[in-house]
Design a protein around this ligand. Sequence first.
Ligand SMILES: *Cc1c(COP(=O)(O)O)cnc(C)c1O
Length: 496
Amino acid sequence: MDFYSTRGDGPISGAQAVINGIAKDGGLYVPSSFPPISKEDIEDMIDLDYQERSAYIMSLYLTDFTYEELLEYTKKAYAKFEDQDPSPITKVDEKTYIMELWHGPTLAFKDVALTVLPYLLIGSKQKKGNNSKTLILVATSGDTGKAALEGFKDVEGTEIIVFYPQNGVSDMQKLQMQTTEGNNVNVIGIDGNFDDAQTAVKSVFNNKEIIAKLNEKGYELSSANSINFGRLVPQVVYYISSYVDLVANGEIENGDEINFVVPCGNFGNILAAYYAKRMGIPVKQLIVASNKNNVLTEFFSTGIYDSNRDFYKTMSPSMDILISSNLERLLYEIMDRNPQKIKELMTELKESGYYTIDEEILNNDYSEFLAYFTTEKETLLCIDNFFDEYGYLLDTHTAVAVSAYLKYLNDTLDDDTPTVIVSTANPYKFPQDVYKAVSKSEEQDAQKAVKKLFLATGLEIPKQISELKTKEVLHTTSIAKEDIELAVLNILLEGK
Ligand SMILES: *Cc1c(COP(=O)(O)O)cnc(C)c1O
């Protein structure tokens, strides 16, 4: 399988796409085609465990690797999950299922891909005879940072730097990052938001001067953000695997359509659902859920992408994003894979923060996407109601998705298509807000809120949360957002 940049570069192999992270022309790597999954393939996957399904599906894209190599990676990666199962499904009513993607080391869905990515990266470098060290640059809205740190800490031949918005992540998210051990990890707060961090990190990738200096030191840059194809492909797996599970458990017939509802930020998670659909999984509707930062909601209903709007800090911080990078990969498919057109749109976005799509394209090609957004008030109410009704505790991000789904049901007069709601984080990562939702009282202290939330709900406290109390805070550096490039140079040149 060949890979191309959405802006024209290529072809290159999958292994090289993982090594590069982002293309030199600023585009994102995409596969030259979507390998088909047939009804028989779905039937055959019933007898495979998740690790095997994952290796099989990834082998269709990453053809530099053998199935056995990929299986070794997925076995090692998913041994780090509770019960070795990265995507258990809970049935909440006759047609509604919740896929919990947060049983990994850092309690967020990012673990599903970021536990595998280091193996893919090291393996790719071996395939290509590449002996450089790799500097992983990460911009995080909260969860990618910790998941990438856990994935890459102490991985030989790598150094990782995570930039997070100093005042834009939850207390737990920040503490999780700041307490990371490992001799190759750097965690830096910036005085900007996620978009600032992501834009600055992307500009390092395009900065020839910095890259030359890094190369001199024996380093190459790569990315652990969802702009890296190596992040995307492990995410495609759980959409396919959940379909196989529903067939295996007799919840649906092989061939029946289902919906997916996904809480969105950088658009990586739902893009993976779109890829699964393009491969042949029968998906009726992809429901794009956003919080008050509703740039995607407007885009999918009007064709106008307008990032010139107020940026809100919400209780679902991992979705506080106005520039959703992975939308570029969807645009590429919808614009008939025309890199020239993508270049034009992305130049407009960079220069004016704005672009529009023809209404005709919107009505024809985007009809499989429907977008809704959820206000802060609705998020709290949703957590409370859902707990009352089902005894199931949602985190703030998943609540945005559930609330969007309820609006969808209202609009479609109760569409009875079986629906999988993607749950992206454990509620204890956001204890103050979740506690406020279920108890209507406030507790500002994160650890106290954890205790109170446990008393109010009985939901088991994960050890990743309880052990934070005793961990030493190791990383407290913070910088101005203009200094990100400088910080990268300092870390490498002053040879820590
Ligand atoms: C990252 C994240 C999201 C958004 O996912 P994208 O792939 O960026 O769209 C949603 N919820 C949680 C908890 C996350 O960590």
